[in-house]
Design a protein around this ligand. Structure first.
Ligand code: ADP
Length: 596
Protein backbone atom coordinates (compact mmCIF):
# COMPACT_ATOMS: atom_id res chain seq x y z
CA UNK A 1 0.00 0.00 0.00
CA UNK A 2 2.79 2.42 0.92
CA UNK A 3 4.57 1.73 -2.37
CA UNK A 4 1.94 3.67 -4.32
CA UNK A 5 2.76 7.09 -5.69
CA UNK A 6 0.18 8.69 -3.39
CA UNK A 7 2.00 7.45 -0.34
CA UNK A 8 5.41 8.13 -1.75
CA UNK A 9 4.42 11.75 -2.14
CA UNK A 10 2.44 12.00 1.09
CA UNK A 11 4.77 10.18 3.49
CA UNK A 12 7.85 12.46 3.23
CA UNK A 13 5.59 15.47 3.60
CA UNK A 14 3.85 13.95 6.59
CA UNK A 15 7.21 13.11 8.18
CA UNK A 16 8.56 16.59 7.47
CA UNK A 17 5.48 18.19 8.95
CA UNK A 18 5.59 15.89 11.95
CA UNK A 19 9.27 16.57 12.63
CA UNK A 20 9.05 20.33 12.14
CA UNK A 21 5.85 20.61 14.15
CA UNK A 22 7.37 18.51 16.95
CA UNK A 23 10.51 20.65 16.95
CA UNK A 24 8.37 23.76 16.93
CA UNK A 25 6.18 22.34 19.71
CA UNK A 26 9.22 21.44 21.78
CA UNK A 27 10.79 24.81 21.22
CA UNK A 28 7.58 26.67 22.03
CA UNK A 29 6.98 24.48 25.09
CA UNK A 30 10.54 25.00 26.24
CA UNK A 31 10.47 28.75 25.83
CA UNK A 32 7.02 28.97 27.38
CA UNK A 33 8.17 27.03 30.42
CA UNK A 34 11.37 29.16 30.62
CA UNK A 35 9.26 32.31 30.47
CA UNK A 36 6.91 30.86 33.04
CA UNK A 37 9.87 29.99 35.28
CA UNK A 38 11.27 33.50 34.91
CA UNK A 39 7.86 34.90 35.70
CA UNK A 40 7.58 32.68 38.74
CA UNK A 41 11.02 33.69 39.94
CA UNK A 42 10.21 37.36 39.50
CA UNK A 43 6.95 36.83 41.28
CA UNK A 44 8.59 34.96 44.15
CA UNK A 45 11.28 37.64 44.39
CA UNK A 46 8.61 40.33 44.53
CA UNK A 47 6.86 38.42 47.30
CA UNK A 48 10.15 37.90 49.09
CA UNK A 49 10.85 41.62 48.78
CA UNK A 50 7.50 42.50 50.37
CA UNK A 51 8.15 39.95 53.08
CA UNK A 52 11.58 41.41 53.69
CA UNK A 53 10.01 44.83 54.07
CA UNK A 54 7.33 43.51 56.41
CA UNK A 55 9.70 41.30 58.37
CA UNK A 56 12.25 44.03 59.06
CA UNK A 57 10.56 45.46 62.25
CA UNK A 58 9.78 41.95 63.51
CA UNK A 59 13.35 40.81 63.05
CA UNK A 60 14.50 43.82 65.05
CA UNK A 61 12.16 42.89 67.90
CA UNK A 62 13.43 39.29 67.77
CA UNK A 63 10.32 37.83 69.28
CA UNK A 64 10.29 34.20 68.26
CA UNK A 65 6.58 33.58 68.71
CA UNK A 66 5.62 36.69 66.76
CA UNK A 67 8.02 35.75 64.00
CA UNK A 68 6.62 32.30 63.70
CA UNK A 69 3.04 33.47 63.69
CA UNK A 70 3.89 36.05 61.04
CA UNK A 71 5.67 33.43 58.92
CA UNK A 72 2.64 31.10 59.00
CA UNK A 73 0.28 33.98 58.34
CA UNK A 74 2.25 35.16 55.30
CA UNK A 75 2.60 31.63 54.08
CA UNK A 76 -1.17 31.24 54.16
CA UNK A 77 -1.61 34.54 52.37
CA UNK A 78 0.73 33.86 49.45
CA UNK A 79 0.39 30.06 49.35
CA UNK A 80 4.13 29.44 49.66
CA UNK A 81 6.67 28.37 52.21
CA UNK A 82 8.04 31.30 54.19
CA UNK A 83 11.32 31.17 56.07
CA UNK A 84 12.90 33.98 58.07
CA UNK A 85 16.62 33.58 58.54
CA UNK A 86 19.00 35.52 60.73
CA UNK A 87 22.07 37.16 59.16
CA UNK A 88 24.27 34.38 60.57
CA UNK A 89 22.17 31.67 58.95
CA UNK A 90 20.03 30.56 61.85
CA UNK A 91 16.43 29.89 61.02
CA UNK A 92 14.26 32.28 63.01
CA UNK A 93 10.85 31.30 61.75
CA UNK A 94 9.55 28.69 59.37
CA UNK A 95 6.04 28.11 58.01
CA UNK A 96 6.18 24.52 56.71
CA UNK A 97 9.24 22.56 57.87
CA UNK A 98 9.99 22.46 61.61
CA UNK A 99 13.15 20.47 60.77
CA UNK A 100 14.63 23.62 59.19
CA UNK A 101 15.40 25.04 62.66
CA UNK A 102 18.09 22.53 63.30
CA UNK A 103 20.22 23.47 60.33
CA UNK A 104 22.13 26.62 59.61
CA UNK A 105 20.94 28.06 56.26
CA UNK A 106 23.86 30.35 55.54
CA UNK A 107 25.23 27.92 52.96
CA UNK A 108 21.95 27.72 50.98
CA UNK A 109 22.74 29.30 47.60
CA UNK A 110 19.74 31.70 47.56
CA UNK A 111 20.48 32.75 51.16
CA UNK A 112 24.14 33.21 50.48
CA UNK A 113 23.34 35.22 47.33
CA UNK A 114 20.78 37.35 49.21
CA UNK A 115 23.24 38.09 52.01
CA UNK A 116 25.92 38.93 49.49
CA UNK A 117 24.01 40.87 46.82
CA UNK A 118 20.56 41.64 48.26
CA UNK A 119 18.61 38.88 46.58
CA UNK A 120 19.02 35.30 45.32
CA UNK A 121 17.11 32.68 43.50
CA UNK A 122 17.74 28.96 43.51
CA UNK A 123 16.09 25.79 42.44
CA UNK A 124 17.18 22.74 44.31
CA UNK A 125 16.29 19.84 46.52
CA UNK A 126 15.18 20.80 50.00
CA UNK A 127 16.65 18.59 52.60
CA UNK A 128 14.24 19.91 55.27
CA UNK A 129 11.16 19.14 53.14
CA UNK A 130 12.55 16.34 51.01
CA UNK A 131 11.20 17.98 47.78
CA UNK A 132 12.44 19.98 44.78
CA UNK A 133 11.87 23.64 45.55
CA UNK A 134 12.26 27.07 43.95
CA UNK A 135 13.47 29.63 46.43
CA UNK A 136 13.69 33.39 46.27
CA UNK A 137 15.50 35.14 49.11
CA UNK A 138 15.80 38.88 49.83
CA UNK A 139 18.03 40.50 52.38
CA UNK A 140 16.24 42.27 55.26
CA UNK A 141 17.95 45.58 55.68
CA UNK A 142 18.23 47.33 59.02
CA UNK A 143 20.24 50.01 60.58
CA UNK A 144 23.85 49.05 60.44
CA UNK A 145 23.59 46.34 57.81
CA UNK A 146 21.75 43.10 57.08
CA UNK A 147 19.38 41.86 59.74
CA UNK A 148 18.63 38.63 58.04
CA UNK A 149 16.98 37.07 55.00
CA UNK A 150 13.30 36.59 54.10
CA UNK A 151 12.88 33.55 51.90
CA UNK A 152 9.85 32.37 49.94
CA UNK A 153 9.82 28.80 48.60
CA UNK A 154 7.51 27.11 46.20
CA UNK A 155 7.53 23.34 45.64
CA UNK A 156 8.42 22.69 42.05
CA UNK A 157 5.48 20.27 41.87
CA UNK A 158 3.24 23.29 42.05
CA UNK A 159 5.09 25.31 39.43
CA UNK A 160 5.77 22.19 37.34
CA UNK A 161 2.06 21.39 37.19
CA UNK A 162 1.25 24.72 35.60
CA UNK A 163 4.21 24.41 33.23
CA UNK A 164 3.08 20.89 32.29
CA UNK A 165 -0.42 22.15 31.60
CA UNK A 166 1.06 24.75 29.30
CA UNK A 167 3.23 22.18 27.58
CA UNK A 168 0.29 19.82 27.14
CA UNK A 169 -1.88 22.43 25.49
CA UNK A 170 1.03 23.46 23.24
CA UNK A 171 1.52 19.80 22.31
CA UNK A 172 -2.17 19.31 21.63
CA UNK A 173 -2.28 22.40 19.41
CA UNK A 174 0.85 21.18 17.58
CA UNK A 175 -0.61 17.72 17.09
CA UNK A 176 -3.90 19.07 15.73
CA UNK A 177 -1.99 21.35 13.34
CA UNK A 178 0.29 18.46 12.29
CA UNK A 179 -2.72 16.17 11.76
CA UNK A 180 -4.46 18.75 9.60
CA UNK A 181 -1.28 19.37 7.61
CA UNK A 182 -0.74 15.62 7.07
CA UNK A 183 -4.35 15.12 5.99
CA UNK A 184 -3.92 17.97 3.54
CA UNK A 185 -0.66 16.48 2.23
CA UNK A 186 -2.32 13.07 1.75
CA UNK A 187 -5.30 14.65 -0.03
CA UNK A 188 -3.03 16.63 -2.37
CA UNK A 189 -0.91 13.56 -3.04
CA UNK A 190 -4.04 11.49 -3.75
CA UNK A 191 -5.31 14.11 -6.15
CA UNK A 192 -1.96 14.24 -7.92
CA UNK A 193 -1.70 10.46 -8.11
CA UNK A 194 -5.33 9.88 -9.22
CA UNK A 195 -4.74 10.40 -12.99
CA UNK A 196 -1.66 8.15 -12.80
CA UNK A 197 -3.81 5.55 -11.05
CA UNK A 198 -6.49 5.81 -13.75
CA UNK A 199 -3.84 5.62 -16.45
CA UNK A 200 -2.43 2.48 -14.85
CA UNK A 201 -5.88 0.89 -14.72
CA UNK A 202 -6.56 1.75 -18.37
CA UNK A 203 -3.17 0.33 -19.38
CA UNK A 204 -3.95 -2.85 -17.44
CA UNK A 205 -7.29 -3.17 -19.28
CA UNK A 206 -5.47 -2.65 -22.56
CA UNK A 207 -2.92 -5.31 -21.66
CA UNK A 208 -5.75 -7.68 -20.74
CA UNK A 209 -7.13 -7.30 -24.25
CA UNK A 210 -9.79 -4.57 -23.85
CA UNK A 211 -8.72 -2.42 -26.77
CA UNK A 212 -11.53 0.08 -26.18
CA UNK A 213 -9.86 1.35 -22.96
CA UNK A 214 -9.63 5.18 -23.16
CA UNK A 215 -9.25 8.07 -20.69
CA UNK A 216 -10.68 11.58 -20.55
CA UNK A 217 -7.82 14.06 -20.45
CA UNK A 218 -8.60 16.35 -17.50
CA UNK A 219 -5.52 18.55 -17.32
CA UNK A 220 -3.07 20.23 -19.66
CA UNK A 221 0.01 19.22 -17.69
CA UNK A 222 2.39 16.33 -18.30
CA UNK A 223 -0.21 13.84 -17.10
CA UNK A 224 -2.78 15.30 -19.52
CA UNK A 225 -0.26 14.90 -22.35
CA UNK A 226 0.48 11.36 -21.21
CA UNK A 227 -3.27 10.59 -21.25
CA UNK A 228 -3.61 11.94 -24.77
CA UNK A 229 -0.60 9.95 -25.93
CA UNK A 230 -2.07 6.85 -24.27
CA UNK A 231 -5.39 7.35 -26.06
CA UNK A 232 -3.63 7.78 -29.39
CA UNK A 233 -1.57 4.68 -28.77
CA UNK A 234 -4.66 2.64 -27.81
CA UNK A 235 -6.55 3.82 -30.91
CA UNK A 236 -3.61 2.94 -33.12
CA UNK A 237 -3.29 -0.46 -31.46
CA UNK A 238 -7.01 -1.11 -31.92
CA UNK A 239 -6.80 -0.15 -35.60
CA UNK A 240 -3.72 -2.35 -36.11
CA UNK A 241 -5.40 -5.29 -34.38
CA UNK A 242 -8.56 -4.78 -36.45
CA UNK A 243 -6.70 -4.76 -39.74
CA UNK A 244 -4.63 -7.73 -38.58
CA UNK A 245 -7.80 -9.66 -37.69
CA UNK A 246 -9.34 -8.71 -41.02
CA UNK A 247 -6.27 -9.90 -42.88
CA UNK A 248 -6.25 -13.09 -40.83
CA UNK A 249 -9.87 -13.87 -41.55
CA UNK A 250 -9.36 -13.12 -45.24
CA UNK A 251 -6.37 -15.47 -45.32
CA UNK A 252 -8.29 -18.07 -43.31
CA UNK A 253 -11.22 -18.00 -45.73
CA UNK A 254 -8.84 -18.32 -48.68
CA UNK A 255 -7.18 -21.30 -47.02
CA UNK A 256 -10.54 -22.82 -46.06
CA UNK A 257 -11.99 -22.54 -49.53
CA UNK A 258 -9.02 -23.41 -51.72
CA UNK A 259 -9.00 -26.83 -53.32
CA UNK A 260 -5.27 -27.31 -52.77
CA UNK A 261 -4.18 -28.56 -49.37
CA UNK A 262 -1.77 -26.46 -47.29
CA UNK A 263 0.18 -27.69 -44.26
CA UNK A 264 2.64 -25.61 -42.25
CA UNK A 265 4.91 -27.25 -39.69
CA UNK A 266 7.14 -25.58 -37.09
CA UNK A 267 10.83 -26.24 -36.46
CA UNK A 268 9.92 -29.16 -34.17
CA UNK A 269 7.91 -30.79 -36.91
CA UNK A 270 4.48 -30.14 -35.40
CA UNK A 271 1.56 -29.17 -37.59
CA UNK A 272 0.79 -25.49 -37.01
CA UNK A 273 -1.69 -25.05 -39.82
CA UNK A 274 -3.71 -27.45 -41.91
CA UNK A 275 -6.56 -26.36 -44.15
CA UNK A 276 -9.71 -28.43 -44.76
CA UNK A 277 -8.50 -29.51 -48.22
CA UNK A 278 -5.24 -30.89 -46.80
CA UNK A 279 -7.12 -32.70 -44.02
CA UNK A 280 -9.47 -34.24 -46.60
CA UNK A 281 -6.63 -35.32 -48.91
CA UNK A 282 -4.75 -36.93 -46.00
CA UNK A 283 -7.86 -38.63 -44.60
CA UNK A 284 -7.83 -36.78 -41.28
CA UNK A 285 -9.50 -33.77 -39.65
CA UNK A 286 -8.07 -30.35 -38.85
CA UNK A 287 -8.66 -30.84 -35.11
CA UNK A 288 -6.95 -34.25 -35.08
CA UNK A 289 -3.93 -33.04 -37.05
CA UNK A 290 -3.31 -29.70 -35.30
CA UNK A 291 -0.12 -29.76 -33.17
CA UNK A 292 0.46 -33.43 -34.00
CA UNK A 293 3.91 -34.53 -35.22
CA UNK A 294 3.96 -34.10 -38.99
CA UNK A 295 5.02 -37.72 -39.66
CA UNK A 296 1.85 -39.00 -37.94
CA UNK A 297 -0.32 -36.77 -40.09
CA UNK A 298 1.39 -37.43 -43.47
CA UNK A 299 1.54 -41.25 -43.04
CA UNK A 300 3.29 -41.90 -46.32
CA UNK A 301 7.01 -42.54 -46.68
CA UNK A 302 7.40 -40.32 -49.77
CA UNK A 303 5.65 -37.44 -48.05
CA UNK A 304 7.71 -37.86 -44.89
CA UNK A 305 10.94 -38.01 -46.93
CA UNK A 306 9.89 -34.88 -48.78
CA UNK A 307 9.13 -33.05 -45.55
CA UNK A 308 12.44 -34.14 -43.98
CA UNK A 309 14.34 -32.97 -47.08
CA UNK A 310 12.57 -29.65 -46.85
CA UNK A 311 13.97 -29.01 -43.38
CA UNK A 312 17.51 -29.39 -44.74
CA UNK A 313 17.59 -26.62 -47.32
CA UNK A 314 15.52 -23.85 -48.79
CA UNK A 315 14.94 -25.40 -52.22
CA UNK A 316 11.46 -26.24 -53.43
CA UNK A 317 10.81 -29.92 -54.07
CA UNK A 318 7.91 -31.61 -55.81
CA UNK A 319 6.77 -35.25 -55.75
CA UNK A 320 3.81 -36.98 -57.36
CA UNK A 321 2.39 -40.23 -56.03
CA UNK A 322 -0.76 -42.20 -55.38
CA UNK A 323 -2.20 -42.61 -51.90
CA UNK A 324 -5.60 -43.88 -50.71
CA UNK A 325 -6.83 -43.91 -54.32
CA UNK A 326 -5.87 -40.26 -54.82
CA UNK A 327 -3.16 -39.01 -57.12
CA UNK A 328 -1.32 -36.21 -55.33
CA UNK A 329 1.32 -33.68 -56.32
CA UNK A 330 3.05 -32.29 -53.24
CA UNK A 331 5.32 -29.24 -53.23
CA UNK A 332 7.52 -28.67 -50.18
CA UNK A 333 9.37 -25.49 -49.33
CA UNK A 334 11.28 -24.33 -46.27
CA UNK A 335 9.94 -21.31 -44.43
CA UNK A 336 13.19 -19.51 -43.66
CA UNK A 337 11.88 -16.03 -42.89
CA UNK A 338 8.57 -16.24 -41.05
CA UNK A 339 9.09 -19.58 -39.30
CA UNK A 340 12.75 -20.62 -39.22
CA UNK A 341 13.07 -24.39 -39.43
CA UNK A 342 9.43 -24.61 -40.50
CA UNK A 343 8.14 -26.12 -43.70
CA UNK A 344 5.16 -25.61 -45.99
CA UNK A 345 3.61 -28.45 -47.97
CA UNK A 346 1.12 -27.74 -50.75
CA UNK A 347 -0.97 -30.75 -51.82
CA UNK A 348 -2.69 -30.75 -55.21
CA UNK A 349 -5.28 -33.36 -56.03
CA UNK A 350 -4.56 -34.49 -59.60
CA UNK A 351 -6.91 -37.50 -59.41
CA UNK A 352 -9.62 -35.99 -61.58
CA UNK A 353 -7.08 -34.72 -64.11
CA UNK A 354 -5.44 -38.13 -64.20
CA UNK A 355 -8.80 -39.84 -64.65
CA UNK A 356 -9.70 -37.53 -67.52
CA UNK A 357 -6.33 -38.20 -69.10
CA UNK A 358 -6.89 -41.94 -68.79
CA UNK A 359 -10.40 -41.63 -70.25
CA UNK A 360 -9.06 -39.60 -73.15
CA UNK A 361 -6.26 -42.10 -73.81
CA UNK A 362 -8.65 -45.06 -73.59
CA UNK A 363 -11.11 -43.28 -75.83
CA UNK A 364 -8.54 -42.65 -78.54
CA UNK A 365 -7.24 -46.19 -78.35
CA UNK A 366 -10.82 -47.55 -78.47
CA UNK A 367 -11.73 -45.43 -81.48
CA UNK A 368 -8.57 -46.42 -83.33
CA UNK A 369 -9.32 -50.02 -82.54
CA UNK A 370 -12.94 -49.74 -83.67
CA UNK A 371 -11.92 -48.01 -86.88
CA UNK A 372 -9.16 -50.42 -87.73
CA UNK A 373 -11.40 -53.44 -88.39
CA UNK A 374 -13.89 -51.82 -90.85
CA UNK A 375 -11.08 -49.88 -92.53
CA UNK A 376 -9.02 -53.06 -92.96
CA UNK A 377 -11.96 -54.94 -94.47
CA UNK A 378 -12.74 -51.93 -96.73
CA UNK A 379 -9.12 -51.96 -97.88
CA UNK A 380 -9.31 -55.73 -98.54
CA UNK A 381 -12.57 -55.31 -100.50
CA UNK A 382 -11.13 -52.48 -102.59
CA UNK A 383 -7.97 -54.55 -103.23
CA UNK A 384 -10.06 -57.53 -104.32
CA UNK A 385 -12.06 -55.32 -106.69
CA UNK A 386 -8.93 -53.82 -108.21
CA UNK A 387 -7.27 -57.22 -108.51
CA UNK A 388 -9.91 -58.46 -110.96
CA UNK A 389 -13.27 -58.71 -109.25
CA UNK A 390 -14.32 -55.56 -111.16
CA UNK A 391 -14.35 -57.64 -114.32
CA UNK A 392 -16.81 -60.04 -112.79
CA UNK A 393 -19.99 -57.97 -112.40
CA UNK A 394 -21.91 -60.30 -110.01
CA UNK A 395 -18.82 -60.58 -107.73
CA UNK A 396 -18.20 -56.84 -108.02
CA UNK A 397 -21.81 -56.12 -106.94
CA UNK A 398 -21.34 -58.43 -103.95
CA UNK A 399 -18.16 -56.66 -102.89
CA UNK A 400 -19.73 -53.24 -103.36
CA UNK A 401 -22.65 -54.33 -101.13
CA UNK A 402 -20.15 -55.39 -98.48
CA UNK A 403 -18.34 -52.09 -98.83
CA UNK A 404 -21.67 -50.34 -98.30
CA UNK A 405 -22.32 -52.38 -95.12
CA UNK A 406 -18.92 -51.42 -93.75
CA UNK A 407 -19.40 -47.77 -94.63
CA UNK A 408 -22.87 -47.82 -92.99
CA UNK A 409 -21.36 -49.32 -89.85
CA UNK A 410 -18.68 -46.62 -89.81
CA UNK A 411 -21.31 -43.92 -90.38
CA UNK A 412 -23.43 -45.28 -87.52
CA UNK A 413 -20.45 -45.30 -85.22
CA UNK A 414 -19.53 -41.74 -86.07
CA UNK A 415 -23.15 -40.69 -85.56
CA UNK A 416 -23.35 -42.44 -82.20
CA UNK A 417 -20.06 -40.89 -81.14
CA UNK A 418 -21.31 -37.46 -82.12
CA UNK A 419 -24.55 -38.12 -80.28
CA UNK A 420 -22.70 -39.23 -77.17
CA UNK A 421 -20.39 -36.25 -77.24
CA UNK A 422 -23.36 -33.87 -77.71
CA UNK A 423 -25.18 -35.43 -74.75
CA UNK A 424 -22.05 -35.40 -72.58
CA UNK A 425 -21.16 -31.83 -73.42
CA UNK A 426 -24.71 -30.68 -72.73
CA UNK A 427 -25.36 -29.52 -76.28
CA UNK A 428 -28.48 -31.67 -76.58
CA UNK A 429 -30.84 -30.34 -73.89
CA UNK A 430 -33.78 -32.56 -72.93
CA UNK A 431 -37.28 -31.16 -73.44
CA UNK A 432 -39.09 -32.83 -70.57
CA UNK A 433 -42.87 -32.88 -70.71
CA UNK A 434 -45.61 -35.27 -69.54
CA UNK A 435 -45.52 -38.16 -72.01
CA UNK A 436 -47.53 -41.39 -72.30
CA UNK A 437 -45.39 -44.49 -71.83
CA UNK A 438 -47.03 -45.96 -74.94
CA UNK A 439 -45.62 -43.07 -77.00
CA UNK A 440 -42.15 -43.97 -75.76
CA UNK A 441 -42.38 -47.76 -76.12
CA UNK A 442 -44.55 -48.50 -79.17
CA UNK A 443 -42.85 -46.54 -82.04
CA UNK A 444 -39.41 -48.21 -81.53
CA UNK A 445 -41.02 -51.65 -81.21
CA UNK A 446 -42.94 -51.08 -84.46
CA UNK A 447 -39.83 -49.86 -86.24
CA UNK A 448 -37.82 -52.91 -85.18
CA UNK A 449 -40.60 -55.43 -85.82
CA UNK A 450 -39.35 -56.28 -89.38
CA UNK A 451 -35.86 -57.03 -88.01
CA UNK A 452 -37.40 -59.25 -85.29
CA UNK A 453 -39.45 -61.00 -87.94
CA UNK A 454 -36.32 -61.59 -90.02
CA UNK A 455 -34.71 -63.20 -86.98
CA UNK A 456 -37.89 -65.18 -86.28
CA UNK A 457 -38.39 -63.62 -82.88
CA UNK A 458 -41.65 -62.94 -81.07
CA UNK A 459 -41.94 -59.41 -79.66
CA UNK A 460 -44.64 -58.85 -77.02
CA UNK A 461 -45.60 -55.57 -75.36
CA UNK A 462 -47.45 -55.35 -72.03
CA UNK A 463 -48.56 -51.86 -70.98
CA UNK A 464 -51.20 -51.65 -68.20
CA UNK A 465 -54.09 -49.34 -69.11
CA UNK A 466 -53.73 -47.23 -65.96
CA UNK A 467 -50.06 -46.32 -66.45
CA UNK A 468 -49.49 -42.71 -65.43
CA UNK A 469 -47.76 -40.39 -67.87
CA UNK A 470 -44.04 -39.83 -67.30
CA UNK A 471 -41.89 -36.76 -67.54
CA UNK A 472 -39.74 -37.33 -70.59
CA UNK A 473 -38.29 -36.07 -73.83
CA UNK A 474 -40.21 -38.57 -76.01
CA UNK A 475 -37.66 -38.71 -78.83
CA UNK A 476 -34.75 -39.42 -76.49
CA UNK A 477 -36.65 -41.94 -74.41
CA UNK A 478 -37.60 -43.74 -77.64
CA UNK A 479 -33.90 -43.90 -78.45
CA UNK A 480 -33.26 -45.73 -75.18
CA UNK A 481 -36.03 -48.24 -75.92
CA UNK A 482 -34.70 -48.64 -79.48
CA UNK A 483 -31.20 -49.42 -78.21
CA UNK A 484 -32.49 -51.96 -75.68
CA UNK A 485 -34.90 -53.71 -78.06
CA UNK A 486 -32.30 -53.67 -80.84
CA UNK A 487 -29.77 -55.32 -78.51
CA UNK A 488 -32.37 -57.91 -77.42
CA UNK A 489 -33.03 -58.75 -81.06
CA UNK A 490 -29.30 -58.89 -81.85
CA UNK A 491 -28.41 -61.12 -78.94
CA UNK A 492 -31.37 -63.54 -79.04
CA UNK A 493 -31.16 -66.60 -81.27
CA UNK A 494 -33.96 -67.53 -83.66
CA UNK A 495 -37.23 -68.67 -82.08
CA UNK A 496 -36.67 -66.51 -78.96
CA UNK A 497 -38.91 -63.93 -77.38
CA UNK A 498 -38.44 -60.25 -76.62
CA UNK A 499 -40.84 -58.88 -74.02
CA UNK A 500 -41.34 -55.16 -73.39
CA UNK A 501 -43.34 -54.09 -70.31
CA UNK A 502 -43.89 -51.15 -67.97
CA UNK A 503 -45.11 -50.83 -64.33
CA UNK A 504 -45.62 -47.94 -61.98
CA UNK A 505 -43.39 -48.24 -58.90
CA UNK A 506 -43.75 -45.47 -56.32
CA UNK A 507 -43.30 -42.14 -58.02
CA UNK A 508 -41.54 -43.76 -60.99
CA UNK A 509 -42.46 -45.91 -63.94
CA UNK A 510 -40.14 -48.83 -64.69
CA UNK A 511 -39.82 -49.86 -68.35
CA UNK A 512 -38.11 -53.19 -69.00
CA UNK A 513 -36.95 -55.17 -72.04
CA UNK A 514 -36.35 -58.90 -71.44
CA UNK A 515 -35.19 -61.50 -73.88
CA UNK A 516 -34.48 -65.19 -73.96
CA UNK A 517 -31.09 -64.61 -75.56
CA UNK A 518 -27.49 -65.49 -74.87
CA UNK A 519 -27.30 -63.49 -71.67
CA UNK A 520 -24.27 -61.65 -70.26
CA UNK A 521 -21.47 -63.11 -68.13
CA UNK A 522 -21.45 -61.96 -64.50
CA UNK A 523 -18.02 -60.34 -64.90
CA UNK A 524 -19.18 -58.29 -67.90
CA UNK A 525 -22.45 -57.18 -66.37
CA UNK A 526 -21.04 -54.22 -64.38
CA UNK A 527 -19.18 -52.89 -67.45
CA UNK A 528 -21.66 -53.10 -70.31
CA UNK A 529 -22.77 -49.46 -69.88
CA UNK A 530 -19.21 -48.26 -70.53
CA UNK A 531 -18.37 -46.76 -73.88
CA UNK A 532 -17.10 -49.27 -76.45
CA UNK A 533 -17.64 -52.15 -74.09
CA UNK A 534 -18.69 -55.34 -75.80
CA UNK A 535 -19.17 -58.50 -73.76
CA UNK A 536 -18.17 -60.86 -76.47
CA UNK A 537 -16.04 -59.12 -79.05
CA UNK A 538 -15.84 -62.13 -81.32
CA UNK A 539 -19.61 -62.45 -81.60
CA UNK A 540 -20.54 -58.79 -81.44
CA UNK A 541 -22.56 -58.32 -84.56
CA UNK A 542 -21.38 -55.07 -85.97
CA UNK A 543 -22.21 -53.15 -82.78
CA UNK A 544 -20.14 -50.21 -81.65
CA UNK A 545 -20.46 -50.73 -77.90
CA UNK A 546 -21.89 -47.21 -77.61
CA UNK A 547 -25.65 -47.96 -77.50
CA UNK A 548 -25.88 -48.68 -73.76
CA UNK A 549 -23.55 -45.78 -72.91
CA UNK A 550 -25.90 -43.42 -74.76
CA UNK A 551 -28.93 -45.04 -73.06
CA UNK A 552 -27.37 -44.55 -69.62
CA UNK A 553 -26.64 -40.87 -70.31
CA UNK A 554 -30.15 -40.22 -71.53
CA UNK A 555 -31.82 -41.99 -68.58
CA UNK A 556 -29.62 -40.20 -66.07
CA UNK A 557 -30.46 -36.91 -67.80
CA UNK A 558 -34.12 -37.71 -67.07
CA UNK A 559 -33.31 -38.27 -63.40
CA UNK A 560 -33.83 -42.03 -63.72
CA UNK A 561 -31.73 -45.18 -63.29
CA UNK A 562 -30.82 -47.92 -65.75
CA UNK A 563 -29.58 -51.42 -64.94
CA UNK A 564 -29.29 -54.93 -66.32
CA UNK A 565 -29.89 -58.42 -64.91
CA UNK A 566 -28.84 -61.51 -66.77
CA UNK A 567 -28.16 -65.21 -66.60
CA UNK A 568 -25.76 -66.41 -69.22
CA UNK A 569 -27.48 -68.70 -71.75
CA UNK A 570 -30.96 -67.91 -70.38
CA UNK A 571 -31.54 -64.29 -71.30
CA UNK A 572 -31.24 -60.72 -70.05
CA UNK A 573 -33.49 -58.10 -68.59
CA UNK A 574 -32.70 -54.41 -69.08
CA UNK A 575 -34.77 -51.88 -67.14
CA UNK A 576 -34.85 -48.12 -66.67
CA UNK A 577 -37.02 -45.72 -64.70
CA UNK A 578 -38.63 -42.40 -65.55
CA UNK A 579 -40.28 -40.03 -63.10
CA UNK A 580 -44.10 -39.79 -63.08
CA UNK A 581 -45.30 -36.56 -64.60
CA UNK A 582 -47.66 -35.45 -61.75
CA UNK A 583 -44.91 -36.01 -59.23
CA UNK A 584 -42.66 -33.65 -61.10
CA UNK A 585 -45.27 -31.06 -61.99
CA UNK A 586 -43.51 -28.29 -60.13
CA UNK A 587 -40.17 -29.32 -61.49
CA UNK A 588 -41.46 -29.45 -65.08
CA UNK A 589 -43.07 -26.02 -64.80
CA UNK A 590 -39.97 -24.51 -63.37
CA UNK A 591 -37.50 -26.20 -65.61
CA UNK A 592 -38.81 -28.00 -68.65
CA UNK A 593 -35.40 -28.06 -70.28
CA UNK A 594 -33.05 -30.44 -68.55
CA UNK A 595 -29.48 -31.12 -69.46
CA UNK A 596 -28.25 -34.69 -69.17
P1 ADP B 1 -23.50 -52.78 -79.10
O1 ADP B 1 -23.49 -51.74 -80.12
O2 ADP B 1 -22.30 -53.64 -79.13
O3 ADP B 1 -24.77 -53.46 -78.94
P2 ADP B 1 -24.18 -51.78 -76.56
O4 ADP B 1 -23.57 -50.73 -75.75
O5 ADP B 1 -25.59 -51.63 -76.94
O6 ADP B 1 -23.24 -51.93 -77.78
O7 ADP B 1 -24.00 -53.11 -75.77
C1 ADP B 1 -22.77 -53.40 -75.17
C2 ADP B 1 -22.60 -54.88 -75.00
O8 ADP B 1 -23.52 -55.38 -74.02
C3 ADP B 1 -22.88 -55.67 -76.23
O9 ADP B 1 -21.77 -55.72 -77.04
C4 ADP B 1 -23.23 -57.03 -75.65
O10 ADP B 1 -22.09 -57.75 -75.39
C5 ADP B 1 -23.92 -56.71 -74.36
N1 ADP B 1 -25.39 -56.73 -74.49
C6 ADP B 1 -26.22 -55.69 -74.64
N2 ADP B 1 -27.51 -56.06 -74.66
C7 ADP B 1 -27.49 -57.40 -74.54
C8 ADP B 1 -28.54 -58.41 -74.51
N3 ADP B 1 -29.83 -58.10 -74.63
N4 ADP B 1 -28.16 -59.72 -74.39
C9 ADP B 1 -26.84 -60.03 -74.26
N5 ADP B 1 -25.82 -59.13 -74.30
C10 ADP B 1 -26.16 -57.85 -74.44
Amino acid sequence: MFSSIRWRIALPYALLILISMSALGLYVGQSLSAARRADLEAHLLAEARILAESAAPLLTSGDQAVLEQAARHWSDLIGARVTLIAADGRVLAESDAPAAYTENHADRPEVAAALASGQGVSQRFSRSLGKDMLYAAVRVEGEGGARGVARVGLTLEQSQASINRLRASTLAATLVAAGLAIALAVAIAARTAQPVHELTQAAQRLAAGDLSARLLPTTDDEIGQLTQTFNRMAAELQEKMRSLAEERSRLASVLDNMTDGVIITDSEGRVQLINPAAARLLGTTQQAAYQRPCAQVLRHHRLIELWQGCGAGDNVEVVEFERLGLFLRVTAMALAGSEPGGCMLVLQDLTQMRRLETVRRDFISNISHELRTPLASLKALVDTLRDGALDDPPAARHFINRIEVEVDALTQMVQELLELSRIESGQAPLRLRPTLVADIVLPPVERLQPQADRNELTVTVDLPADLPPVLADAERAQQVVTNLVHNAIKFTPRGGTVHVSATAVGDEVEISVSDTGIGIAAEDLPRIFERFYKADRARASGGTGLGLAIARHVVQGHGGRIWAESQQGRGSRFAFTLLRAEHMVNHSQADTENTP
